[in-house]
Design a protein around this ligand. Structure first.
Ligand code: CO
Length: 490
């Protein structure tokens, strides 16, 4: 029997190039444009992600440990302007001056000096590298284990740590996945571990709701049992929904300086995933509800909504937690050794307390997004970064649109030389249909060694990009981004 060698739609060496530091800060009008920027596209796309992946050629252990760099692309009158700046966190500035790592990273980056200098140093670096949002007149760079940093949206100058009018205390966590309730609320959460009862470790979840002026109008805390590694959540009009993945935390190698905190997280496949429902109105008298479903790991949710005493949640689930391999370079990733993220629907029955879970899309997917008008409500279309191949795990090279009503899908691809970041949905002004808008994504093209901003028509991905805006350089793979109709130009 002959073994057929399947040709990969990607080039691993090219893919790896997208994980290099971009130390240069740029400010220019984008002039190399294929297609045309829609004239009614007015506003600003903000993106965050690790921009610094080495200091003096000493590499971070994991890209999630890289310092946050914000990209801002402003659209006005059919023109686009690019600006990128590092978030000037205290630790970024100190390490730039020192020319070496002074802090430990959650994902295993050690400070220079070996085991002894890392042991018992639990000071973490607030790297502000995961999301950036404009809300209540403030631009906030977010990282889930600490406070936000406030930036000037025009210059991207770092203004300092943001405590939300003394709502947050120094060291408080404010997650990197705020959700925007279309009724005019930004909803977010923070996690804190460290309390114990007879059952062991407890994790405190604090829910925050901010009004349109950025004022914190709801704040309530809840203790749940066990260790919780919760990156994202979902909302409906009445509930916040958290997935407590079945993982444990062994702090000993972390305390000894041998491993980063995230490297001490162990997946427990024999345990179920807990789905925690917290009422958004703390005065409702309703308590927390906890459901159980199959073991698995979820980073990101697409959306959730209530219907007929049920709650549906669409999430990207993995069979296991992709544990960072100790002592290997993250760029030497064997995609085939990891299970792909796939879109699942979890349906909670509030009457019977049962959970139904169904695989929606088997293709390897990440970074789901929807029209912001439908957050927390029934919806039809979900957009995701996706692998080019139908099965197995592979880099994200495409963007797919799934129609949850008909089951049909559309795909736009950057393969074989392009690699995509998270798509962001931008509603068309005056749009009436759910898919009336654009998808914007940063791509990295390995053959040109440059990045581009791609604008797709969300109603029809198959007609190709409306516009491709070539940057004069590359931007390393990022994490999350957001759109605002406000125009910010320096
Ligand atoms: Co995320």
């Amino acid at each position: 029997m002959k073994t057929q060698i399947k040709e990969l739609p990607y080039n691993l060496a090219q893919w790896k190039q997208g994980y290099r530091s971009q130390k240069q800060e740029y400010d220019y009008q984008i002039t190399e444009i294929e297609g045309q920027i829609p004239h009614d596209l007015t506003g600003t796309l903000f993106r965050n992600g690790p921009g610094l992946l080495d200091i003096n050629n000493e590499s971070v252990r994991h890209p999630f440990d890289g310092d946050g760099m914000i990209c801002r692309i402003t659209f006005q009158d059919g023109r686009a302007y690019f600006l990128n700046r590092f978030v000037q966190t205290e630790s970024y500035l100190a390490e730039q001056i020192a020319g070496k790592f002074l802090y430990r990273g959650v994902f295993g980056t050690k400070k220079t000096g070996g085991w002894l200098s890392n042991a018992f140093d639990v000071t973490l670096k607030n790297i502000a590298n995961t999301q950036v949002v404009y809300w209540g007149g403030k631009l906030l760079a977010l990282w889930e284990a600490a406070e936000p940093h406030r930036l000037d949206p025009k210059t991207l100058d770092t203004l300092g740590i943001e405590y939300l009018n003394n709502t947050l205390k120094p060291g408080d966590a404010f997650a990197a996945h705020p959700l925007f309730d279309p009724k005019g609320r930004m909803v977010n959460f923070g996690l804190k571990a460290g309390k114990f009862d007879r059952t062991g470790l407890l994790t405190e979840i604090t829910v925050y709701e901010l009004d349109l002026d950025g004022e914190v109008v709801e704040q309530h805390s809840h203790l749940i049992s066990g260790f919780a590694f919760i990156h994202d959540f979902a909302i409906t009009p009445n509930y916040c929904i958290f997935f407590q993945n079945p993982v444990s935390f062994n702090p000993v190698p972390f305390l000894l300086g041998l491993k980063g905190a995230a490297e001490c997280v162990k997946f427990e496949p024999e345990k179920p995933t807990k789905i925690i429902l917290i009422p958004r109105n703390p005065r409702s008298g309703e308590g927390i509800q906890i459901f159980e479903t199959k073991s698995g790991f979820v980073f990101h949710h697409a959306n959730a909504f209530e219907h007929d005493d049920k709650i549906s949640i669409d999430s990207i689930a993995y069979d296991t937690f992709p544990e960072p391999e100790p002592d290997t370079d993250f760029r030497d990733l064997d995609f085939n050794s990891l299970t792909p993220g796939q879109l699942w629907r979890f349906e909670l029955d509030l009457k019977t307390q049962q959970v139904n879970s169904n695989l929606v899309e088997p293709r390897c997917c990440e970074f789901p997004t929807i029209n912001p008008a439908n957050v927390g409500n029934p919806y039809r279309y979900v957009y995701m970064g996706a692998a080019q191949t139908l099965d197995g795990n592979a880099p994200l090279q495409s963007i797919i649109k799934l129609d949850r009503e008909t089951g049909s899908q559309q795909l736009w691809t950057a393969a074989p030389t392009g690699y995509v970041n998270e798509p962001v949905f931008v509603p068309r002004p005056g749009g009436t249909q759910e898919d009336d808008g654009w998808l914007m994504a940063m791509i990295y093209d390995g053959s040109r060694d440059r990045s581009a901003v791609v604008i797709l028509d969300a109603a029809d991905l198959t007609k190709g990009a409306v516009a491709t805006l070539w940057l004069t350089h590359y931007i390393p793979y990022g994490l999350h981004g957001s759109w605002t109709d406000n125009v910010f130009i320096n």
